[in-house]
Design a protein around this ligand. Sequence first.
Ligand SMILES: [Zn+2]
Length: 340
Amino acid sequence: MIIDCHGHYTTAPEPHNVWRDLQKQNFKAGGNTDPAYPDISDDEIIESIEKNQLRLIKERHADLTVFSPRASTMAHHVGDESVSIAWTRRCNDLIKRVVDLFPETFIGVCQLPQSPGVPISHSIAELERCVNNFGFIGCNLNPDPSGGHWTAPPLTDRAWYPFYEKMVELDVPAMVHVSGSCNPNFHATGAHYINADTTAFMQFLEGDLFKDFPTLRFIIPHGGGAVPYHWGRYRGLADMMKKPHLRDHVMKNVYFDTCVYHQPGIDLLFKVIDVENILFGSEMIGAVRGIDPETGNFFDDTKRYIDALAISDADKAKVFSGNARRVYPRLDANLKARGL
Ligand SMILES: [Zn+2]
């Protein structure tokens, strides 16, 4: 079985996006930030999925995608908390509809109603709604709701603890995932995303979060940002800071996906990072949608890179499904209930 741990609904029906535009206009004008939501038919949702993600999932021989709202449009920096709450609920509701229409192919992960300066405890209710009512198996946690200005405390700060306590209680992991950048220094997917992945890892290294939460789990996407490439730097910094070995200090709780869009990058990831810590992901249809002229294949067809690795079938099975089932226990339970 092949589980893609990183997919977003980047092809949501247009009325959903129109609603968001109206919401933003209303906020600017001091109006209703939760206007009436348009009727979106099942057929519109089915078309948006069948022509896009589902087609590619079939073409690339994957089975199941862990599916969440489009990350770049979470835009927690837009508006205020009421804007974020209303938008987040609409986005998560839409994911739930996709999962209900394609229960064999998608399982949900939620966006959170984060907002700059607002305590993360305010996101607990939405996590509970999505996990308990919708059967979602995790969440996307934005370490920088300001959208590129980094005004929130580090992920190891106690300000985040109430949310972590709920994650542990519900036994769900979070993917550390920023959203759009409103800082022109940082291109969203080219710089802000990779910065955030790298930054989150370094925060975990500097702190002692996993002493307080030994079962808390994070997926750092996009291959862990710059971390695998600079693994020696991080091992050296941990040593200088008198931290335990990274294997014990961070890597019992942190996982990287395979959203790295060329073979040499995947080769390096697998050379440096223990196979137990790598989850198959493609982020399709997402940040990079074109065809690599050097290979003739889509950049984000990441399964090809794993297939090409000289690792055992047992290790490939871990990357394609075993590790995901371990990191997302609710996914494992869902699959077991289906006899898978
Ligand atoms: Zn993503």
